[in-house]
Design a protein around this ligand. Structure first.
Ligand code: FES
Ligand SMILES: [Fe+2]
Length: 398
């Protein structure tokens, strides 16, 4: 679990919004916190896959990918092939996608299996709880039964926890029970669980999801998500400049960084004919706020009173990242009555994300310039980005 530093002090700007006073100071220009090679180099990429994505809690996928027993969904986290599985007791489990005989990856595409995961090479099969089911001709004679002494060759499990429609894994620690994993996960996430205790995440209903294949290093995706400065220029449709300026930096922990637009959703309900029901018992003072947080490293969360957007991603190369974006609404908003309101919501959120795709590509292209080692994070906008970069630098050892 991450050991957090105390919250940094904040200063209030001319329009009354909070800005974190550190880590940037006015003379911090002319150098970048992370070297540019970390955005392009294969050695740095491999290092981050180990030190960032293979230890601690990491977003691995969505629970709805395995929405019924027998659904198996392969993913790659920290460069390691994993299987997200829903077992016959409706429990979501995660295993290494590696046959215990010779290590073949057993599934490459999502599928629904009939109670068994089978390796195609020598046809060993596993039950949905990971235990070894059959090992045909294992002793060079007829027979499928698992012989004595081979029962322990079940799939190797990975610590996992499901929260708010997402599956998280921890490749760095083997917890000895699901309760221990849950307690550790909740400890890691407690600052956000407290902040969002008015939201009933058990009511989430998937409105829509989409994948984005991004031609940029994963860190640029996070930095762009935390960049509130670009909104009026790249996403002018989201509101007037005055609204874009009304944003507070929020540091919840070293590994939970973001911001809030206290009135970002103001007046929105009045604009739509059929406003979506809220995600729980949202108190009046919180109905207009928008919260934007990165749960380090790869869960990018955006919450309003009536919808929840998640971008989870996995890096596939130094200059390429696959984003999985899902938009959730309240269960009550899942019906026909709200289909038009849901569509206009998801259309606009996908459009905003699409607008960032060429920006990210060009940010990546810019990392090949020697000048990009001398960029300038600015104190009034980039404190949260700087805090993110410091965490990466600390974890990766830059
Ligand atoms: S590698 Fe899977 S059964 Fe041999
Ligand atoms: Fe953007």
């Amino acid at each position: 679990m991450t050991v957090d530093n105390p919250a940094p002090a904040t200063v209030v700007n001319g329009s009354g919004n909070r800005i974190i006073a550190g880590p940037l100071t006015s003379d911090s220009s002319q150098h970048s916190i992370i070297p540019t090679r970390a955005y392009t180099g294969t050695a740095e990429y491999a290092l981050e896959q180990e030190r960032v994505f293979s230890s601690g809690w990491v977003w691995a996928g969505f629970a709805h990918w395995v929405d019924e027993p027998g659904k198996v969904h392969p993913v790659s986290i920290g460069g390691k092939p994993l299987l997200i599985v829903r077992d016959e007791e409706q429990r979501i489990r995660v295993f290494h996608n590696s046959c215990r005989h010779r290590g073949m990856v057993m599934m490459e595409e999502p599928a629904k299996v009939r109670r068994r995961i089978q390796c195609a090479y020598h046809c060993w099969s596993y039950k949905l709880d990971g235990s070894l089911n059959a090992t045909p001709y294992l002793k060079r004679e007829r027979g499928r039964e698992v012989p004595q002494g081979a029962e322990h060759l079940g799939l190797l499990g990975v610590s996992s926890h499901v929260w708010a429609g997402m599956v998280f894994v921890n490749l760095g620690v083997e917890f000895n029970s699901t309760e221990a994993a849950a307690a550790d996960f909740e400890g890691m996430l407690s600052p956000i669980l407290q902040r969002w205790n008015h939201i009933d995440f058990s009511r989430l209903h998937l409105a829509q999801e989409r994948e984005f294949d991004i031609g940029a290093n994963w860190k640029l995706i996070v930095e762009n998500f935390l960049d509130f400065y670009h909104l009026p220029f790249i996403h002018p449709q989201v509101g007037p400049v005055s609204a874009s300026l009304d944003v507070d930096d929020v540091w919840l922990a070293d590994h939970i960084l973001g911001g809030t637009y206290p009135r970002g959703a103001a007046g929105k309900a009045a604009k739509t004919d059929d406003a979506l029901p809220f995600l729980g018992d949202v108190p009046p003072e919180r109905t207009e706020s928008q919260d934007i947080f990165c749960v380090f490293p790869n869960a990018l969360l955006f919450l309003e009173a009536d919808w929840f957007q998640v971008i989870g991603f996995d890096p596939t190369a130094p200059d390429r990242t696959m984003e999985h974006m899902a938009i959730f609404v309240d269960a009550e908003a899942g019906g026909e009555r709200y289909s038009a309101a849901r569509k206009s919501l998801t259309d606009i959120l996908f459009e905003v994300n699409e607008q960032d795709v060429p920006i990210l590509y060009r940010m990546q292209a810019g990392r090949h310039s020697p000048a990009s080692n001398f960029t300038n994070l600015v104190t009034h906008w980039d404190q949260i980005t700087a805090a993110f970069q410091q965490l990466v630098a600390q974890r990766a050892g830059y």
